[in-house]
Ligand binder design. Sequence first.
Ligand SMILES: NC(=O)c1ccc[n+]([C@@H]2O[C@H](COP(=O)([O-])OP(=O)(O)OC[C@H]3O[C@@H](n4cnc5c(N)ncnc54)[C@H](O)[C@@H]3O)[C@@H](O)[C@H]2O)c1
Length: 355
Amino acid sequence: MSSLAVIPGDGIGPEVMAEVLKVHAVVEDVFGTGLKTEVLPWSADWFLEHGDVGIDVLAVRRDHAAVLLGALGDARIPDNRHAIRIIGGLRQQLELGVNLRPVRLRALAHCPLKHVTAVEDVDLVVVRENTEDVYVGVGGAVRAGSPAHVAMEVGVHSRWAVDRVVTAAFELARSRRRRLTLVDKSNAMPSAGPLWQGRFRAIAASYPEVECDHLYVDAAAMELIRNPARFDVIVAGNLFGDILSDEASMLAGGLGVAPSASYDPEDGSFAGVFEAVHGSAPDLVGTGRANPLASVMSYSMMLGRLGLREAHAAVERAVDEVLCGDLLTPDLGGTARTGDVGDLICRAVARHDKD
Ligand SMILES: NC(=O)c1ccc[n+]([C@@H]2O[C@H](COP(=O)([O-])OP(=O)(O)OC[C@H]3O[C@@H](n4cnc5c(N)ncnc54)[C@H](O)[C@@H]3O)[C@@H](O)[C@H]2O)c1
């Protein structure tokens, strides 16, 4: 029997994760996946009480097949040290260099663009480099606090990391509609730009069946709104991928339905970390208004990556059913509560073998 590490985290993290665990119990009943769960209490509360002690991300990979993460972020830790330690630690120490953020419209009503007239027009994946760029913590401040304060945040881009994420994006594009767009800001980044462009061109030579194009990030932000149907797979660095994927999520209903998977493409024994794109949403805590679907969809991505195809298909179908119905949380215009949506998913999955 394999084990899943579950990190509910902060804010709405525990609320949405409770729904994922309900869904997992039904999946276990229907499909017998043999995946037991172990809840790890790492959160702002934990960090304030214990500091770093006991947060051993390398042990997570040794003991578990995958991680389900709720969200991390708490106003009591304004520099976000605990989240950087936990999420950053998982991504960097486990070399989870590839972050997939799919955006697929399931019912036209969820797209705010009046010129999108078919659900098929919004079906894309942002493939984000997950370990480098300005997220590495390299930099410093000079004369902090004075009028002459200087701050530096260094963007790091290694050929190794670029190669891994670009190759993963080509592999994904090959399995989809065979179109890959590189997004960067090479016109203003004379050091990182040529590395990304050069490696993209070199790797493209091994994928002649994939149609390639390139957009500067400012143009890509506009094109996502103007003509989302032009995109199949987008590959970008950590910062641009982070921003564009939040923007793209709005095309399909917003952060409440934006899942993600982070993984090491060379590690066959550890499936990765699966978490909603959204944060801890302090404005929603305790209101019952948080949409659990982004976390359920991340769980579904995990099932797919673990090769549990039938269970994955059943959860996807349940999500489709919910998003095409009218029992929706307020972010999607409904009045349902977090637990109502979780229950609906559970019932749809449980019906699976009776259909
Ligand atoms: N991976 C992560 O854990 C992660 C990601 C982003 C932000 N954060 C942290 O989360 C905290 C809050 O950040 P933020 O407000 O910028 O981003 P956020 O994603 O928490 O919230 C942004 C907006 O989206 C809404 N929203 C988010 N999740 C939702 C859901 N499931 N259902 C319905 N609406 C939802 C919120 O109500 C809010 O209006 C910060 O501490 C930040 O550092 C964590």
